[in-house]
Design a protein around this ligand. Structure first.
Ligand code: F6R
Length: 259
């Protein structure tokens, strides 16, 4: 695991956006694994700026998002499809047919999950997977006690996750109870994984992910198994790491600015 501690949230977002820009420059046909949520908004803003400046193109790439709420159709303003169109897809040059999310309103969500997993395999698996981190240690919507070898399936969201995501909904009671999410096994098949976590609310989960025991109680700890996982943190999210001096010694200030 490579642990990059950046001085602040802006530089952490720069670092992650820069890794995606570099990857697409090297391999324009990369299959990207994408995430939603508050953390990713700054990353997508930077990718849009880089695209407008002619520094990155998504025209040859494909994308698969981690997850989608069960019950929300793609055009629902709180669906993750809607989020992705608004925050990235409509503002860069992805081909319309190249972006994939599970269908939240599929008649049979279990069958939709299996279809989505098969589509990822058919695309040759994810090249670069972008991840956020739940305060409870989830990645995607793999909540604590998720199987560490799980594939895409329907998961019941924890109360903590529903409360955390209630900020996006006009009425907290509207936060869906179920989601279709890539599994931890799906995520671990990616060539490269980049996880971004920022803010004090993520500090405990970040320490459990990086330095805690490998355990389904902290699904993100499964990344300890991945051969090419980079964890990008701001100072606040790094506050509970006990080997922090070591990480900062190896990559001062999170390494060189990439963009
Ligand atoms: C979103 C996702 C989640 C979020 C995580 C952090 O597609 O899969 O795992 O990355 O819940 O969310 P924020 O960034 O809103 O704190």
């Amino acid at each position: 695991m490579k642990v990059l501690i950046c001085p602040d949230a802006a530089r952490a977002s720069d670092r992650v956006a820069g890794m995606i820009v570099e990857r697409l420059a090297r391999a324009p046909r990369t299959v990207l694994g994408l995430a939603t949520g508050g953390t990713m908004e700054a990353v997508y803003e930077r990718l849009i700026a880089a695209h407008r400046a002619g520094r990155v193109s998504f025209a040859g790439a494909q994308s698969f998002n981690l997850d989608e709420y069960v019950g929300l159709p793609p055009d629902h303003p709180l669906s993750y499809r809607h989020y992705m169109q608004a925050h990235l897809f409509d503002r860069v040059d992805f081909a319309a047919s190249a972006t994939h999310l599970p269908l939240g309103d599929a008649g049979d969500p279990g069958a939709e999950a299996a279809r989505y997993e098969a589509a990822i395999v058919a695309a040759g698996d994810i090249g670069l997977q972008l991840l956020g981190l739940g305060a409870n240690g989830h990645i995607g919507f793999n909540e604590p006690t998720s199987s560490l070898s799980s594939l895409t399936r329907v998961k019941t969201l924890t109360r903590q996750t529903r409360e955390a995501n209630a900020r996006f909904f006009p009425d907290p009671a509207q936060v869906p109870r179920f989601a279709i999410t890539m599994g931890i096994g799906t995520i671990l098949r990616a060539d490269e994984v980049v996880l971004l976590a920022m803010g004090a609310g993520k500090a405990e989960a970040a320490a459990r992910m990086i330095e805690g025991p490998l355990s389904a109680a902290c699904p993100a700890s499964a990344l300890q198994f991945h051969r090419q996982a980079t964890i990008v943190l701001d100072e606040a999210a790094a506050a509970r790491l006990s080997l922090r001096d070591y990480y900062e010694d190896v990559h001062p200030e999170g390494g060189p600015a990439p963009m």
